[in-house]
Design a protein around this ligand. Structure first.
Ligand code: M6R
Length: 609
């Protein structure tokens, strides 16, 4: 999940690489480096730490040239250090490589290279690639790369330069994302679109097993075996400013405030004026849908939590049994997948390795795979049978917010479409929910206009080390997401429990003063939840309750403080109740002085298993 950027053209490569790396820092930020072809030959500058450290090195001694590759690292093999930073070189310093992914057989390759006299300077898996390329070089860098990668097993996106051919930049993709940017008299590589968006909107997306050879004037696309291929160029509509903070202190805050737009954009074109849902992207006919016997939802982290809500939505609307599973567990337990199973994979980035592996497992077993993803052209989007795009726009903060809530909207749309197509619910029921969905963006805006109490509460919990979330039904699903968000960016330990389950053990952990956030948006379950709240309160828990405006007075009598969200249909409450939880996490992280957008030990896109 490292970031790669590369440039070949006529402009100052250093500034283009450094600016590109800034856009990619969310992919990994424990070290950064660049390699450039200069008058003195191939030069490498790299440093442990944030990109700013590398920049300070470059300030004193800039690299001058018009060809280069850059990398921002999220450590997998070898600790964050100057030596382990990319780019890596061979012993002669004539070849330089940046890599995103993991070389699974690097230990064997390393032993073999050491036996042949190679000296390694890093602990990384990547360094074997630079030595292999050097070993295979016979005057043609493309051939050398092609030969070198035949030895590799694993995932890699690569950028490769050699001092011997300063007018060529070679890029390879195998199971790690890589795009090629097309300019005039200049070309780019990037592991993600924002890295090059400032310079071009025209891109080629490489598929697995493909490579590109860039000069300043040409781009040749070929398979790794060397067969030339042609590819349609994609024009990216994203506004460069969209990927910036736009006046907010943090990307996370900006992205929380973008949720009304993300909801509207995700519903746009899918909700008809008669309040029915159209999903032409679902490539299953009504007859095929009627044949679906079960649904598996597979995802990781926050996307998995969206799946938990999706289960209730689909089971309620389509009356089809749904299982939800974390992707890293799914394929290793021989899941019962048949051609009558609809497998829904959910991934913001569309590049999460575990989710991609689950998708492949599902396809191999004959299931139709529907991807809910935020990134056009991502691996998940390209490999799934049907793709439902969430229209959240680029999400930069590591903590997912608008992508999660847009995934909820996607599940609502899917649920209503299924109910409509399978006639499992009355038309009026579907229309009522669709009408309520259309009101959600404005209701989120109301919540975002009323955050003072959330800030105060967050500041009060920032001194605590433990916290609990409780809820029933979809409130429990949202509680799990709230708990992950809080842990991820505030580093406060928290646990989410089904409210009725606490007394089966966890209640032992409740002691005087422990903060508990109780979600009670399911009006039909309010009394039951209130009973559970009282069990906690009797043991000293301090409770912050969240309900809709209609029940706030009743809930207020049982809790220490209550926060009211606007009223909506009970199935839709997650799209509202998650917002105060996101704000509480944000403010708690701020109060603790943490790096909100780049929490420790984490990366935005997890492309290793
Ligand atoms: O890109 P994906 O949605 O596949 O990512 C899955 C998780 O890694 C991601 O949701 C992670 O849990 C977030 N950092 C949580 O905020």
């Amino acid at each position: 999940m490292c970031g790669i950027v590369g440039y070949i053209g006529k402009r100052d490569a250093q500034s283009i690489l450094v600016e590109g790396l800034k856009k990619l820092e969310y992919r990994g930020y424990d070290s950064a480096g660049i390699a450039m072809y200069t008058e003195a030959g191939l030069q490498v500058k790299k440093a442990k730490g944030r990109l700013a450290v590398l920049e300070s090195h470059l300030d004193g001694a800039p690299l001058v040239g018009t060809v280069g590759i850059g990398h921002t690292r999220w450590a997998t093999h070898g600790k964050p250090s100057d030596e382990n930073s990319h780019p890596h070189t061979d012993m002669t310093m004539k070849f330089s490589v940046v890599h995103n992914g993991i070389i699974e057989n690097y230990t064997d390759l390393k032993e073999e290279l050491i036996a042949s006299g190679v000296t390694f300077v890093s602990e990384t898996d990547t360094e074997v690639i630079s030595h292999l390329v050097a070993r295979e070089y016979d005057g043609d860098i493309v051939r050398a790369v092609q030969k070198a990668i035949t030895h590799l097993r694993g995932a890699y996106a690569l950028g490769v330069l050699t001092e011997f051919e300063p007018d060529r930049l070679v890029a390879v993709r195998n199971a790690s994302p890589l795009i090629i940017g097309i300019g005039e008299g200049e070309h780019f590589i990037g592991s993600d679109i924002p890295a090059i968006l400032e310079h071009t909107r025209n891109v080629f997306i490489l598929n697995d097993g493909e490579m590109a050879v860039l000069t300043k004037d040409t781009v040749e696309l070929m398979t790794i075996e060397g067969n030339f291929i042609s590819r349609e160029m994609i024009h990216v509509d994203w506004d460069a400013v969209t990927a910036e903070k736009a006046g907010f202190d943090h990307f996370m805050l900006k992205e929380i405030y973008e949720q009304p737009k993300a909801y509207r954009d995700t519903m746009r074109g899918r909700v008809d004026s008669d309040l029915t849902v159209s999903l032409p992207e679902l490539k299953l006919s009504p007859a095929e849908l009627a044949n679906i016997r079960k649904v598996h939802i597979v995802a990781c982290g926050t996307a998995y939590h969206a799946g938990l809500v999706g289960k209730t939505v689909i089971e309620t609307s389509a009356r089809i049994p749904v299982e939800v599973e974390v992707a890293s567990e799914y394929r290793y337990r021989c899941p019962l997948i048949t051609p009558e199973t609809l497998v829904i994979v959910v991934s913001q980035s569309g590049e999460t390795a575990d989710t991609l592996a689950a998708l492949r497992e599902a396809k191999a077993n004959g299931a139709h795979v529907l991807a809910i993803t935020n990134v056009v052209g991502s691996s998940v989007a390209r490999e799934a049978d049907s793709v439902m795009l969430t229209m959240a726009g680029p999400e930069i903060a590591v903590a997912s917010t608008k992508a999660y809530s847009s995934q909820l909207i996607a599940f609502f749309l899917l649920g209503m479409y299924l109910a409509q197509t399978l006639s499992t619910q009355e038309t009026a029921w579907v229309r009522g929910i669709v009408a309520a969905m259309l009101a959600l963006p404005e209701q989120v805006e109301q919540i975002l206009d009323n955050t003072d109490a959330l800030r105060e509460y967050a500041e009060s919990i920032a001194v605590h080390e433990h916290l609990f979330f409780i809820g029933r039904g979809v409130d429990y699903a949202v509680a799990q997401e709230g708990s992950l968000k809080l842990k991820e960016i505030s580093y406060i330990h928290s646990e989410a429990y089904a409210a009725g389950e606490l007394k089966h053990g966890t209640l032992a952990l409740i002691e005087d003063g422990i903060p508990v956030i109780a979600l009670a948006t399911q009006n039909a379950l309010l009394e039951k939840t209130v009973s559970n709240i009282k069990e906690v309160k009797a043991r000293g828990g301090v409770i912050f309750g969240i309900s809709d405006v209609n029940e706030a007075t009743a809930l207020g009598k049982a809790v220490d403080e209550v926060y009211a969200i606007p009223a909506t249909h009970p199935l839709l409450t997650p799209a509202l109740s998650v917002v105060p939880l996101q704000m509480i996490s944000y403010y708690a992280s701020l109060a603790r002085g943490n790096d909100v957008d780049k929490p420790r030990n984490l990366a935005k896109s997890v492309t290793v298993e």
